[in-house]
Design a protein around this ligand. Structure first.
Ligand code: HPA
Length: 277
């Protein structure tokens, strides 16, 4: 874990260099495109692409279907900075490394973060192919990106996670989905480290805890974004029923296959929300 002042220096350099690569574009909306949802980046117009490997201090994506680059341009009439692929804990990134691009987006002026992923449904009323707007989250990774020596900024250490997912953004997402005829749920998302899928016993426990969906990302990004005051919307694609639900035994291949079938509705939903911001 880096001390805050070293982290600050790293972010300053990364932001300086990434800003130059954006050639005057000024994104206020950040998008994190999760497993199988990366193709939305091809809808971004007048785009400039910057591989993570070309941004100092950024780690790069190794997960299948995660391209590993920033794509900045126009979507829904707005300037967006998209992450075409994210950094996961299960790739060996620590919590700060997972959070780093979120803080980098904030340095570039991003005020609203839309983070997306594929998730398993714990809630038996959900169907594969549904989208789920996150109403709240349970961080079951056992890690927190703010947990670090923090001599420069102690007052920010204890901050509220009330309404972590912005109520107004959630309402917009519901309206856009209704207008587009896209089936959406709203529920509590539980994020864990992975990369093994859960056992049926774990899924039964998570249901008792109040979780509706589960996956291996998002929670650390949301904590990082709230720490710097960004508004957050989280959307999952239900790519599978969670392990043991209706006898399911999910695989990575299945997750990507389902995401491929839902690309068009996903693009409608996200582009529609961005247009309203
Ligand atoms: N569990 C964990 N992560 C996931 C799942 C799941 O069922 N589906 C997609 N990502």
């Amino acid at each position: 874990m880096l001390e805050r002042n070293i982290l600050d220096d790293n972010l300053t350099l990364s932001a300086y260099l990434l800003k130059q690569r954006l050639e005057g574009r000024e994104p206020r909306i950040g998008l994190i495109l999760g497993s199988g949802l990366n193709p939305l980046a091809s809808e971004i117009e007048d785009a400039v692409c910057v591989p993570y490997a070309e941004v100092p201090h950024m780690n790069t994506s190794t997960a299948e279907s995660h391209v590993g680059r920033f794509v900045c341009g126009t979507l829904g009439g707005k300037c967006v900075l998209a992450m075409q692929g994210r950094l996961h804990g299960y790739e060996g990134n620590n919590a700060q490394e997972v959070a780093y691009p979120v803080w980098l987006m904030e340095r570039l002026g991003v005020k609203t973060l839309i983070t997306t992923n594929a998730a398993g449904a714990i809630n038996e009323a959900y169907q594969v192919g549904d989208f789920c707007i996150m109403s709240d989250q349970i961080n079951f990774t056992g890690r927190n990106p703010i947990a670090a020596p923090d001599p420069a900024n102690l007052s920010d250490r204890f901050f509220s996670m009330m309404d972590a997912f912005d109520p107004e953004l959630r309402a917009i997402a519901h309206d856009v989905a209704a207008e587009a005829g896209v089936r959406v749920q709203e529920g509590v998302y539980l994020g864990l480290l992975g990369p093994s899928f859960e056992t049926p016993a774990e899924i039964r426990m998570f249901r008792v805890w109040g979780a509706d969906t589960v996956a291996m990302s998002v929670v650390e990004e949301v904590i990082a974004a709230r720490h710097v005051g960004m508004r957050v919307l989280g959307i999952s694609l239900v790519s599978n029923m969670a392990c043991g639900v209706e006898g399911a035994s999910p695989t990575g291949v299945e997750v990507l296959d389902v995401a491929r079938t839902r690309e068009i509705d996903f693009a409608h939903l996200v582009t529609g929300v961005v247009a309203q911001l």
